[in-house]
Design a protein around this ligand. Structure first.
Ligand SMILES: [Zn+2]
Length: 204
């Protein structure tokens, strides 16, 4: 009798989720799979041998990547990062000025809504203010990393407008604006430019 034996690699799924597929370019379902070499007899795996590696396989285009691909944020997560960042920035700037001023609060609510969180309201803002913006800088930095220079300027200008709502920008507010700008990835000079321009526009 002729024995047909060989070595083959088989994959076993050990996890799954959503990721951004760099090949077919979108948020896709993935399977995380372990590759193991098997000794086969008549094409049937009989003895497991060494582990060859671990891969992430796109459920749509079937391309396999190494695990690093999971570090890329999905489009959904990126889209969520912006309103979260504006919430954090709005709470920060209000806390640095007068958090009870109704004009400033309504401008803060508008700014967050402008970043896509349509159902954001004063009650949610009050909750944000109550839970001292722990980690706010981190949230803003994550959003800043994906923004273009113009988008960072726009973001900062919205925060400046919140600061201006209750009158001139105080020293505490100015310092908070600079911290936010720094987290966004802007230089101090760039921040001064945006703050001054926005102040000037508000006076006209
Ligand atoms: Zn794909």
């Amino acid at each position: 009798m002729l024995l047909i034996f060989g070595l083959s690699v088989f994959f076993r799924t050990i996890g799954q989720g959503d990721f951004h597929c760099p090949n077919c370019g979108g948020d896709r379902h993935y399977r995380q799979r372990v590759a193991r070499r098997w000794f086969t007899l008549f094409f049937i795996p009989v003895i497991p041998l060494n582990r060859v590696g671990e891969v992430v396989e796109c459920g749509t285009c079937r391309t396999r990547f190494n695990l690093d691909v999971l570090r890329m944020p999905t489009a959904q997560r990126m889209a969520a990062a912006l309103p979260m960042a504006m919430r954090a920035a709005a709470a920060t700037i209000l806390s640095a000025g007068d958090p009870t001023d109704s004009t400033a609060r309504s401008r803060a609510v508008d700014a967050v809504r402008g970043y896509g969180l349509a159902d954001f309201d004063d009650a949610m803002l009050a909750a944000d203010l109550a839970t001292a913006p722990e980690g706010a800088g981190e949230v803003i930095a994550q959003a800043g990393a994906q923004l273009t220079t113009e988008a960072r300027e726009w973001f900062l200008a919205q925060v400046v407008r919140v600061a201006l709502a209750d009158g001139a920008i105080g020293p505490g507010e100015r310092q908070a604006l600079h911290e936010i700008a720094g987290r966004l990835g802007m230089t101090p000079a760039h921040a001064v430019g945006v703050i001054t321009t926005t102040e000037g526009a508000a006076r006209e």
